[in-house]
Design a protein around this ligand. Structure first.
Ligand SMILES: Nc1ncnc2c1ncn2[C@@H]1O[C@H](COP(=O)(O)OP(=O)(O)O)[C@@H](O)[C@H]1O
Ligand SMILES: [Mg+2]
Length: 262
């Protein structure tokens, strides 16, 4: 459904944020881009959704195909109309509008006006929002604001959702809730999901396939079973040490390096 090939992105014409990045998201799957702060994850989503130019960023090389067609020259809102929704990092909502007004505002980007049923479906998925429809969105908790940002993306029944770090700054209970809704949407509506995460445990728990990105490059990729059994992934991304490392005294006096970053 989404194919990114050999993407190079620069900010302000001099700062290279992505270096030859390629990845694919098959229809109906959940694929994660996992990486630490500054790795280039949001840049990848901004490039795919065509909003890079608003951030002084530019794709200098590469190709992005959505549903088989090249997105070159397309506008962000035409991609939304084509079924691509984007939940940006930091819970972008209108804090002065009510919960319901936020959903209505999101629906203005769509081809046809939403039906009552579309709203019902969202309130059904996000129960805490249902009882707070008329409340000012700025007064919602962090988790509820994330739900609202997510609901805004869902209003047009997108075929694909890009999600940027939905777990950031939320309590473990709220994270569980948000991720169980992600799984449910993927299962029930067959919505394809490209998830960006810093939290490796979450990425592995909820994805079919994971790409690890560092300094603007994809360095490791594979399905979840393969990566979870990879000792480098265990050590550097899942925090599972080698057995012999258990006693601090026995720790070898050299540091293992990330050989794939040479
Ligand atoms: N608008 C911008 N202008 C200049 N540099 C940027 C901009 N946005 C991001 N960057 C840089 O690009 C790199 C990747 O950033 P980003 O994609 O936001 O990483 P991540 O989402 O993985 O934390 C970082 O080095 C960051 O400082
Ligand atoms: Mg980011």
């Amino acid at each position: 459904m989404l194919k990114v090939s050999n993407l190079n992105v620069y900010y302000h014409r001099v700062i290279q944020a992505l270096r030859g990045v390629s990845f694919q998201v098959p229809e109906g799957k959940i694929v994660s881009l996992l990486g630490s702060n500054g790795a280039g994850k949001s840049t990848a989503l901004n490039a795919i959704s065509m909003i890079l130019s608003f951030q002084n960023g530019e794709i200098t090389e590469g190709k992005i195909e959505f549903n088989g067609s090249n997105t070159y020259g397309k506008s962000p809102h035409s991609l939304v109309k084509d079924g691509m929704a984007y939940v940006r990092e930091g819970r972008k909502i209108f804090s002065d509008l009510t919960v319901n007004e936020n959903l209505v505002a999101a629906s203005f980007a769509l081809n046809k006006p939403p039906k009552k049923n579309d709203f019902d479906q969202i309130y059904d998925l996000f129960k805490p929002l249902s009882s707070r429809r008329r409340e000012t969105a700025g007064y919602l908790s962090g988790g509820e604001q994330q739900m609202l940002a997510f609901g805004r993306a869902l209003i047009g029944n997108p075929s694909m959702i890009l999600m940027d770090e939905p777990s950031l700054g939320l309590s473990p209970v709220m994270v569980e809730e948000i991720f169980s809704i992600i799984s449910r949407i993927n299962n029930k509506l067959n919505t394809t999901i490209l998830l960006v995460e810093q939290n490796a445990n979450l990425a592995f728990k909820f994805s079919d396939y994971v790409y690890i990105i560092e300094s603007g490059k994809i360095v490791i990729e594979g399905n979840v079973e393969k990566l979870q059994n990879d000792t480098d992934v265990q050590e550097f991304y899942l925090g599972i040490g080698n057995e012999s490392y258990k006693s601090f005294k026995d720790v070898k006096h050299y540091k293992r390096r990330k050989r794939w970053l040479s």
